[in-house]
Design a protein around this ligand. Sequence first.
Ligand code: AOF
Ligand code: ZN
Length: 335
Amino acid sequence: MTSKDKFFMKLALQEASKGGIAVYPNPRVGAVVVSDGKVVSSGYHKTFGSPHAEFNALHNIDKNISNATLYVTLEPCNHHGKTGPCMDLIDPKVINRVVIGSRDPNPLASGGLELLKQKNIDVEIDICADESRQLNRRFFTFYENKRPYIILKIASTMDGFIAEDNGHSKWITNVDSRDSVHELRSSCDAILVGRKTIEKDNPSLTSHGKGKDPKIIIIDKQNRIKKSASVFKNDPIIFSGDRLTNDPHVNIKYILDTLFQNNIQSLMVEGGGITFSHFIDSKFFDELHVYYAPKLIGSGLPLYHGRKSLVDNLELKIHKVQRFKNDIKIIYYKN
Ligand code: AOF
Ligand code: ZN
């Protein structure tokens, strides 16, 4: 690694982050070409299905340069997907060194690293790997853990209740908070709730026009859900008694395996309290989004139904605190 490698990789990461949500479910990838210590070209993956970062950085560089270094935040792909393999674009006469942020965890696309070495190109790996992985948390979690990236969302009063004693939870938080939930839904491939949430609130679980709607997943262990519920307009997937056991942990594992097989890269879990608690206890989650509204109700359904002590560590760290008028949202990342 040269002292400049991190510097140029950070530029490639800046390129990658321009990709935004439009590349999803692909990762955000950026590339920079450096010749004689100067950046001569750069590019990033712009939208799902469009050319990869390497193509955008390499396709119009001066072919007469030599000994250039390509910095790319993800291992160049070696597969025919929506576009050709990026490996084929890397000409050893022009590029004699490739610096890679992180290996590609997608087994269909990886393998570029070995091919670069076969082409006698110098390869450096894991330069700013943490940043590259952070930028694509959902993508890496999906392929490495073989399950969707999981966001748990809960809305609570200041005294820690998620509904009144009768189960009613419309509305704890304000309109702005709820708008932000609809946006979050639109960024996820699927949304999961327990049957009771459907019965108590009859939610649509859509993005309310904020973007695409997530696939709806319902846990209904006793096969009791009524087909008149609003969610049935959107053809939900129901996990019911014949596929579930008495062990919530086993059930969650089974549901996540099924969603992984169905290419669901991100899952939002929107309650209720029991489903939320089972996910917390199973430790199958990556982000926890808690909305707090300045309301006190004294009694009601608690946010958490499990049993823990003050010494139990949930391994959460605050990623972001947001304000929606008088509501507060805390986004925690699980380490
Ligand atoms: C790269 N450079 O800029 C990106 C890569 O469906 P496709 O053909 O676009 O391929 C998507 C896969 O390619 C994606 O899952 C990931 O493994 C890799 N993405 N690779 O070399 C890029 N976006
Ligand atoms: Zn590629």
